[in-house]
Design a binder for this molecule. Sequence first.
Ligand SMILES: *Cc1c(COP(=O)(O)O)cnc(C)c1O
Length: 306
Amino acid sequence: MIFDSFKNSTNQSLGNHQGHTIVMKREDQLHPIVSGNKFRKLKYVFESLPKQVSALLTFGGAFSNHLAATAATGAYFGVQTIGIVRGEEWQNKINESETLSFCQKNRMKLYCISRASYSEKENAPEIQALLKQSTQTFLLPEGGLSNLAVQGCEEILNDADDEFEAVCVSVGTGATLAGLRNSAKPHQKIIGFPALQQTSYTSAVNPFIINHEFELQTAYTFGGYAKVTAELIDFMNQFYQQYGIPLDPVYTGKMLFGIFDLIKKKKWVWGKKILVIHTGGLQGIAPMNRKLASKALPLLRYSDYL
Ligand SMILES: *Cc1c(COP(=O)(O)O)cnc(C)c1O
């Protein structure tokens, strides 16, 4: 599917929970595949590429939301994209990853390299060789934290959202959190739920943030990035049953679990009107179910969605 249109996101009520009104901003509805914050983060990067740039090169795993979004956004803006994939074994089985097949359909050139080379990023010999072929290749770092990414994320909130006292978001690099903080009003608290165990976001994000008031809830990583438990999957299935909203197990599933848990334990202290950002990431659901099956964990039952 080529990336040809965007919808605006809408706010959807999740009802009242012990006196707290929770509303979800459905950024996952921006586009079926390139949903949520990844498009926000890429939009200005592509729009402000210098004319002479012939390709944009970036990095990701075989199921990366960022790679899928970059491929599709590149197709949309008519820019050649190059994806460096972690793990050389993927080169011969692109079609075993929905993400990589999607990238290829969107004309991304894929190079699957060893984990050791991947960890060296643009200094790896393979990438150096690629960069030598053309001097006009633009490098987009993994995760894509930059001023332009933050600028795009400043467009998530609008004036109609002023009524909320708290805005919740999942945190990877913190680019989305930074954009929300910059565009939120002074009376609004921003609460971030990190998906990674490490807690260096604050320093990474600092240069991009105008107002430094935000909270990080670090107790809901479920053991680390992309780690899942049966309790988390059960919660996500229940959530889907109740609201018809699919969450992803890496970011938004953990955040929602955290929000409900804090309210239940009477530890929620950031106001009664809560806006939760659904940052998307749903292109990875089918592969996640294969991973869950291989670990004998419950599967995500998003029947109407998958
Ligand atoms: C990438 C991603 C995030 C993290 O965004 P950052 O701006 O890097 O903090 C959150 N949610 C989803 C669904 C994502 O795909």
